[in-house]
Write a protein that binds this ligand. Sequence first.
Ligand code: DAV
Length: 372
Amino acid sequence: MEPWTGAPSSPDKETADSSPVALNSYTEWDPLREVVVGSLAGGVFPGWQESMTHTLPEAAWRICREEGGQPFPAAHLKAAEGELDTLAGILESEGVTVVRPDTVTHQRPFRTPHWTSDGGLYAGMPRDLLMVVGDTVIEAPMSWRCRYHEGDAFRTLLKSWFRRGARWMPAPRPQLLDELYRTPGGAASPDGDRWAVTEFEPVFDAADFLRFGEDVIVQRSHVTNEFGIDWVRRALGPEFTVSVVETNDPHAMHIDATFAPLAPGKLLVNPERYIPHPLFEGWEILPAPAPALPPDWPMYFCSPWVSMNVLSLDPETVVVERQEQPLIDALTTWGFRCVPVDFRHVYSFGGSFHCVTLDTVRDGGPGKYLAS
Ligand code: DAV
């Protein structure tokens, strides 16, 4: 037997050791190398829970109440799937490696000892579930019961990232008992809290957070509580500062149609929701033009402001919906190259380019960008 020298024992091991860690992403804008693009395949209307009335457009309440667990309209879903595939192709042609989730069945009821759900939802919005901070991926404890198993479609990716050196950090599994929800018309809360979720246990959606190097910002929302924010703060540790920012959004669920940091010092904001914050001192602020979406376009989950839910490919390049011409004009004037992609059918299912992606590898490290 050869004496142990500490040298790599096989070519395989050598490859593993010399390849970079699978996850490296500290900002929303550094040059993008690898990204997950979600999949809406097999998507179903969410099993209804009353707390959804805080965030879903009222026009969608009836269909979600009556068709929870039933497939989305087939033609619209197919068109949206086509848009996602086109986005994946365009990102590849921009030099970005694209990976996709597994195909899983969402149309299957499930239960815990305490509650049942008519089905799942989709694997369309990895941003809602997963957050990459540096070499770590956090799995969010989401408060919509229908999303309890949403991580299943991402297991192959999560395991692969872990095997290639990433840190894999699922948040504590939530129970999602009735005590978590403050239903409209329910008992008034003694603290006068206006949010749909109480402080029963930590919950958050990853899409309520945005990364600015060593700073991470977060909004309180109808799916993210203080307990959840504290969990993220302690999980990330002292190298990161997690700051809560106020927004003017009565239906708050996800911060990425409110702020879009596009480059160091350049912040696109929703003019209806933006409240100036000292953290952005010295940043140029561009109020996004009004969305171009026709008012009768079906929107099941969110507002037309997903127009500003753009994806940065690097500090000069942004993926924007092709028909959002006022936004394209404003960004071009601001010095950006816009990559136009048709995405209105995806909008209907609750998000745009930032929501449907998870940037796993960007160049760069944890710089300091925000004022303290
Ligand atoms: O209606 O502003 C957009 C983001 C959804 N993931 C809204 C929410």
